[in-house]
Structures are given as structure tokens and as C-alpha cells.
Design a protein around this ligand. Structure first.
Ligand code: ZN
Length: 260
């Protein structure tokens, strides 16, 4: 069975900015999906912020193995309830790939638990992405480095937690550097942050970026789900694996649920 991938697009700039509309006439989400769909091991769908429940219904998420997220201008329009729903799915084992300005999306900040802030500059400068973890599955088939002639600069410090792995480090023409490919495991879910993808440049028409995205989907995929991962059961004394007698005072009645 192919890896069921859902590309979520905010789909706002494409309708209000001429440059973005010209580069992505069918929407950024469609072009990202096109790149990912080149892998016959992946089946890809798209959805957008404008759909009911932002296209992220329980049913849609149940049918998703890996969710890919591009957002920027409308982070604040994503309902908190949907963010919690997506976070829970990630904890249960769904993969999540967060692109570019998604560093400030509610879902990424929720999962990282840190500001996720960075320095930035919109000057169309060259970005050179160095593969710093050549054995990593996300770097499979890549050269030692690759370049994007026009990109927005993101500079350190990037206030995210220390990643599980760093796959890419970017150098920018203006001199800054940035950790541009980071992996995390949140609950049972694999999370990858990939930096490039500013909407006024043709980043998602780049073949190497496409390869990274396909590698990332394959890496993030986990066929198993752990639906009990958010539960916190009170294990009765009589169900302890070894014979046990309760001692001392107790805060909770037998069988009582804990506080949240
Ligand atoms: Zn940007």
C-alpha cells in the first residue's frame, strides 16, 4: 500500500500576490504535491485552509500517513481545536513535514514547545544547502550540497529544541547560516522541518527539493499507530505485576483518574 500523503496549503498568497500567482498558478500545495507524487510508493492528496475544518477532519487524518504543511500569512486563522487534533495524530504516529514559514505555524510551535523564531531577509539571495548527515535517509541520492539561486534568508539562532538529527545546514549569500533540515520524534510521530520554500521564488519547481520532499515522506512514514499514547491510566495496586501492598497516604481514590 502506498504512503498516503496529504499536502496542506494555506492557499492565500497565491490569490493576493501577483508574483506568487505566476509561479504557482495552481497553488503551492498543488506544485508540492506534484513533486511528491513522482514517487510511485506515495499517493498524494491536497487540501487547504479554506476547506471545512481546514480539510483536516478526523476522517482525512485517519487516511493520512504523512501530512505536509505549508503556511505563512494565515497561521492565526488555523483553529486551535484543529491544531490539537493534528498534534494528537502526530503523537499517535502520523508523520509531519513542516515547510519554510511553517516554523511559525501553530502546529509546529505546539509540537516544539519553544518560540521557533529566527532572523530573516527577503533579498532573493543564493542559498547553499550542505548535507551534513550524508547517511540519513532524507539525504539519499543528494550531492554534497545543492543551491537555490533565489531564496529568503533564515538565520540562526533558530529557537527550536535540539533536534534528533540535523540533515542540512544552509549558507546564505549574505553570510548567515541556518540549520535547514531537522528531525524530531514527538510521541510516536516523525517530524521533519525543511527550510526552503519562500512563496515569491520558484523553490518548489526545483528537482532536488522534490527529491528531498520524497525522501522525507518515506522517512516520516510509520505504519503503526499508538492510539493510547495520550492516556495516563491509574494502574490499580492489585494489577501490579508483582504482589504489592499499598503503603503510606494516598491522594487518589482507587480507580480515580489523574489530574490534567
Ligand atoms: Zn518566506
Amino acid at each position: 500500500m502506498p504512503i498516503r500523503t496529504l499536502v496542506w496549503g494555506e492557499n492565500v498568497h497565491e490569490h493576493i500576490n501577483k508574483t506568487v500567482a505566476e509561479i504557482y498558478p495552481e497553488g503551492m500545495h498543488s506544485q508540492i504535491a506534484k513533486l511528491i507524487g513522482k514517487d510511485s510508493n506515495i499517493s498524494v492528496k491536497t487540501t487547504t485552509l479554506q476547506e471545512p475544518e481546514h480539510g483536516l477532519t478526523d476522517k482525512a487524518l485517519e487516511e493520512t500517513d504523512v501530512l505536509v504543511w505549508w503556511g505563512h500569512r494565515a497561521h492565526g486563522d488555523v483553529a486551535d481545536e484543529i491544531v490539537e487534533r493534528v498534534a494528537k495524530r502526530v503523537w499517535e504516529g502520523m508523520g509531519l513535514i513542516v515547510l519554510h514559514s511553517g516554523h511559525f505555524s501553530k502546529i509546529f510551535k505546539r509540537l516544539m514547545g519553544s518560540p521557533c523564531a529566527l532572523n530573516w531577509r527577503e533579498a532573493g539571495e543564493r542559498e547553499r544547502l550542505w548535507v551534513v548527515n550524508p547517511g540519513h535517509p532524507i539525504a539519499k541520492g543528494l550531492p554534497a550540497y545543492f543551491e537555490l539561486e533565489n531564496e529568503e534568508m533564515y538565520g540562526e539562532p533558530f529557537s527550536v529544541p535540539e533536534p534528533l538529527e540535523t540533515v542540512f545546514v544552509s549558507w546564505f549569500q549574505g553570510g548567515e547560516v541556518f540549520r535547514s533540515g531537522l528531525t524530531y520524534r514527538k510521541g510516536a510521530g516523525n517530524v521533519f522541518y525543511f527550510r526552503p520554500g519562500h512563496e515569491t521564488y520558484p523553490t518548489y519547481h526545483d528537482a532536488t527539493v522534490g527529491l528531498v520532499l520524497r525522501n522525507a515522506v518515506n522517512w516520516a512514514y510509520n505504519p503503526n499507530r499508538f492510539p493510547h499514547i495520550t492516556e495516563a491510566p491509574n494502574v490499580p495496586v492489585e494489577k501490579a505485576l508483582e504482589p504489592l501492598e499499598a503503603r503510606g497516604g494516598s491522594l487518589h481514590e482507587a480507580g480515580e483518574e489523574g489530574f490534567r
